[in-house]
Write a protein that binds this ligand. Structure first.
Ligand SMILES: Cc1cc2nc3c(=O)[nH]c(=O)nc-3n(C[C@H](O)[C@H](O)[C@H](O)COP(=O)(O)O)c2cc1C
Length: 177
């Protein structure tokens, strides 16, 4: 029997992740889409990927402009995440009044976020009802704070770290960021 969408979703809900907003330019302002499918791909050159619903309005904007930004959200930015997830109506994705600046590629970077990546589209792969956008990271930055997390359809905060018993990573092996 083929796997039902409900079974697939209930298993996927057990995958905890960070929360980011992919931002692009649109006529008259910016457009945001909340994204948890953001993932690091390559260190040299620095590359990332995101999987975007083919029906999302941001999908065609990414293809048109090729430049976009990934803004990693921090604790306390639940409302912003809900806006860009369209839960406040379609215009919520316009992120009106949310301060941003233009990155080198022209992509809008949100002023308040934990980390940002200025990206230029490199490759497009089919991913069923989503498209896998692979992009080169032209610039990145971060600020102080704790990440916003998503698990089982709800927002969570990161617990305090365990005290460290051993130091550093193994020598001779470069790890993905
Ligand atoms: C925590 C969270 C993570 C999400 N991750 C993704 C994702 O990785 N890809 C995606 O296409 N939609 C994702 N969504 C759904 C989109 O944010 C939502 O469908 C969006 O409003 C569509 O925007 P549109 O107005 O461009 O259609 C996520 C929503 C939430 C709340």
């Amino acid at each position: 029997m083929p796997l039902s969408a409900d079974h697939f979703k209930s298993a996927m809900r057990r995958w905890g992740s960070g929360v980011s907003i992919l931002t692009t330019r649109r006529e008259g302002g910016i457009m945001g889409i909340t994204v948890s499918s953001f993932c690091s791909v390559s260190l040299a050159p620095p590359m990332i990927l995101v999987c975007i619903d083919k029906k999302a309005r941001s999908h065609q904007l990414i293809e048109r402009h090729r430049a976009f930004a990934i803004n990693v959200l921090k604790t306390g930015q639940e409302r912003l995440s809900e806006l860009a997830a369209g839960h406040a109506g379609e215009q919520g994705n316009w992120l009106e009044g949310v301060p941003y600046r233009k990155a080198e590629t022209g992509a809008p970077i949100l002023n308040e976020c934990l980390a940002w990546f200025d990206c230029m589209l490199q490759a497009i792969h089919d991913g069923g009802d989503h498209t896998i956008f692979v992009a080169r990271v032209e610039a990145a930055g971060h600020s102080e704070g704790r990440p916003l997390l998503y698990y089982e359809g709800d927002y969570h905060r990161l617990a305090e770290p365990r005290p460290r018993h051993h130091g550093g990573s193994r020598p001779g092996r470069e790890r993905k960021p």
